[in-house]
Design a protein around this ligand. Sequence first.
Ligand code: NAP
Length: 335
Amino acid sequence: MPKSREWHLVARPKGWPVPADFALVETAVTDPAPGQILVRNRYLSVDPYMRGRMNDAASYSAPYELGEPMLGGAVGRVVASEAEGYAVGDHVLHGLGWREYALLDAARSVKVDPDAAPLSAYLGVLGMTGLTAYAGLLKIAAFAPGETVFVSGAAGAVGSQVGQIAKLKGAARVVGSAGSDEKTALLVDEYGFDAAFNYKKGPVADQLREAAPDGIDVYFDNVGGDHLEAAIGSLRLHGRAALCGAIAQYNSTEPPPGPRNLGLLIGKRLTLRGFLVSDHRDLRPEFVREVGGWLREGKLRYRETVVTGIDHTLDAFLGMLRGDNIGKTIVALPE
Ligand code: NAP
């Protein structure tokens, strides 16, 4: 049997995670028991929510255990099976990432078709981040054609899909913010956003007012902080915000200041609503049909930032938190 390498959390990060908080550990691979499959992981997902699971704090998903392998989305090939309906060579999506081999109950995996889409797409554009964009914009923010949409984190996995879906569904205007000029150019030139600004170059509120002078109807929040405050300022009567993430504060050691303009919610009758993608799995068939169709027709574009090798998983994760990525960050594990 081969050996497997897997990432363990060995100390809880204080502020920004550092390499000493993690260890790459070699373990023996064992044979599957009845009902189980052994999967050789091919693509691992690194996601912002993982930073929250490194804290020992009550949250919507349990903290990672110290000294235990970390968890996360992964796609791989079945290399041994004791489960009915699962054959060697099948490909599956499952939750035992951050490792080369995963041994799991087959019932905790979903089969994916490598001929229908590239395997990595099941972690991104056709996977968790794609469904987050779809559910957040269309269901939580209840976007309607003709509206103006602002999305932060707009060059990332979720944000780049939000802006494009809004355009495809008939938005009057889509504005995105991102952390570099290269990213803002991509939003306009490749993804069809109407305007984009670099939030590092000036106050978000000023740049948003300039990009959407008549205000916005929908804000898709990936960032929190000054972005959320600026959006509240620009939202029009009956505007809605889908609160998806607050990445500006994931590595903060102090509680972040709240938006100072919450009083505006009353007169403008605004709705700010948080959501988790895991509550919206019922939308998956509709999401796959619609987004799959746009991909086949070339109407929706996506990029991935692919980092190769299990030993670079932590680099990929930290790079994504820093904003080195464009689109979904994926770790590829060559067989
Ligand atoms: P991503 O956008 O692909 O990558 C994270 C991006 O965050 C970076 O590329 C960086 O881009 C940006 N960023 C980092 N620090 C920032 C800061 N201080 N201010 C502004 N932007 C900053 O990640 P993703 O997977 O698509 O996730 C995006 C957001 O959605 C995250 O907040 C995540 O937690 C949330 N999310 C929520 C759910 C849910 O169920 N609610 C599901 C998936 C994701 P820049 O170069 O532009 O700074």
